[in-house]
Design a protein around this ligand. Structure first.
Ligand code: ZN
Length: 151
């Protein structure tokens, strides 16, 4: 495992539509390992592959309840809405108030190609929505009701 460089806002890779993964090979597994390492080292709760410069539909999320690795994730159900603060490892020094669904169900593949269905609420639901947005080139600052810049 090794930590990779986190791409910052302004880099075009963050605005691309990421490509679905068709084959889960060694390279993809290595990427998953590196993404988790990079996320933990940066003390983030989620990371999407475009944030390490790879335009593929892969995310990792850990909101303190264990690591989720998801390949080709999609939100298959959402309900409720809530506004809360969020930030992004690719946009240092900025937080914003963003409206998100309060509960989501997410489907995707694990590294063994098995389908996973995860139901998440609150902060966990927020993390999945934020990371999946990255795969469509969407950043939280696009959706924020209010942006807060830290000194
Ligand atoms: Zn982000």
């Amino acid at each position: 495992m090794s930590s990779r460089k986190i791409v910052k806002v302004g880099d075009p890779v963050l605005r691309q539509q990421a490509k679905p993964v068709t084959v889960i090979n060694k390279k993809i597994k290595r990427l998953l390992d590196d993404m988790a390492e990079t996320m933990y080292q940066a003390r983030g709760v989620g990371l999407a592959a475009p944030q390490v410069g790879v335009s593929k539909r892969i995310i990792v999320v850990d909101v303190g309840e264990g690591l989720w690795e998801l390949i080709n994730p999609e939100i298959i159900f959402r309900e409720g809405e809530e506004v809360d603060l969020e930030g992004c490892l690719s946009i240092p020094g900025v937080t914003g108030e963003v409206m998100r669904a309060s509960r989501v169900r997410v489907r995707g593949l694990n590294r063994n190609g098995q389908q996973q269905v995860i139901t998440a609420e609150g902060f966990g639901a927020r993390a999945f929505q934020h990371e999946i947005d990255h795969l469509d080139g969407i950043l939280f600052i696009d959706k924020a009701l209010r942006i807060i810049k830290q000194e």
